[in-house]
Ligand binder design. Structure first.
Ligand code: ACM
Length: 208
C-alpha cells in the first residue's frame, strides 16, 4: 500500500474551498490512502461557539463526509481527514476515514490541546484499528502524540500504520513521532497543516 499526505494552509471557515483543495490533491497524488491535516476543512482557531456550531457536521451524514465518501468512491482511494463533528449538542475534533466502498470509521480526538477545550468535548470512543487494503490502520489526532499511550494502544490493537492528522503548534512532535514509530514498530504518517491563524483577540498561532 502506498500512503500519501497532503499538507496545506486551510483558510478559516472556507469549507468549500478547503474541500476543493483536498479533492484536487487526492486526484493527483499517487497513493492508495491519503492523510489530510486536523480540522482542515474548517480551519483551527475558533473564536466563538457559534462558529463551532455553524462549521461542525455530523459524521457520516454531513455534507463534508458525503463529499469525501463520493471522492473516495470515484478515485478508488481511501482518505483520512480531520473535520469538526457535531453529534446532537456535542462537538468533537474528529477525523473521518472513507474508502472506495464508503464510510469506514471515525476517531474523536481524546487529548484536546489548549483552547480546543473551549469548543470540543474529549473523544468518548475507544481508539480503533481498521482493516484497509490488507493493512491494519489506526488514527490519532495531533496532541495525542504527547501521550505515549495513544500510539501504544493502537499498536497493541494490532495497528501496522498510524495515520495522524495534525495542526502542530509545539515544535517537538516532528521528532517525537520517530520515537513513537520505533518504540511501537509501526509506520506513522503525520499530515500537518502549515501557515498561521490569528482570529479575534486570540494569540497568533504559527503552525510548525
Ligand atoms: C494540536 O493538538 N492541534 C496542537
Amino acid at each position: 500500500m502506498q500512503i500519501g499526505y497532503y499538507q496545506f494552509n486551510p483558510e478559516f471557515g472556507a469549507k468549500d474551498a478547503n474541500l476543493g483543495k483536498i479533492i484536487k490533491a487526492i486526484g493527483v497524488i499517487d497513493c492508495d490512502l491519503l492523510v489530510c491535516p486536523e480540522l482542515c476543512t474548517t480551519g483551527y482557531q475558533f473564536d466563538s461557539h457559534s462558529e463551532v456550531e455553524s462549521l461542525s457536521e455530523s459524521i457520516p451524514d454531513g455534507p463534508t463526509c458525503r463529499t469525501l465518501m463520493q471522492t473516495a468512491r470515484e478515485t478508488g482511494k481511501g482518505i483520512i481527514c480531520g473535520i469538526a463533528e457535531k453529534d446532537g449538542s456535542h462537538y468533537y475534533n474528529s477525523a473521518i476515514f472513507a474508502g472506495p466502498e464508503g464510510y469506514i470509521g471515525r476517531y474523536r480526538k481524546i487529548h484536546l490541546f489548549d483552547e480546543e477545550t473551549l469548543w470540543f468535548q474529549s473523544g468518548n470512543e475507544r481508539l480503533r484499528v481498521y482493516s484497509f487494503q490488507g493493512a491494519l490502520v489506526g488514527i490519532m489526532i495531533c496532541f495525542d502524540w504527547i501521550f505515549p499511550e495513544a500510539a501504544r494502544s493502537l499498536a497493541l490493537l494490532g495497528a501496522e500504520v498510524i495515520c495522524h492528522p495534525a495542526n502542530l503548534i509545539l515544535p517537538y512532535c516532528q521528532d517525537a513521532m520517530i520515537t513513537r514509530a520505533v518504540e511501537n514498530r509501526v509506520y506513522i504518517v503525520t499530515a500537518n497543516r502549515w501557515g498561521a491563524e490569528e482570529r479575534g483577540n486570540r494569540s497568533r498561532l504559527q503552525f510548525t
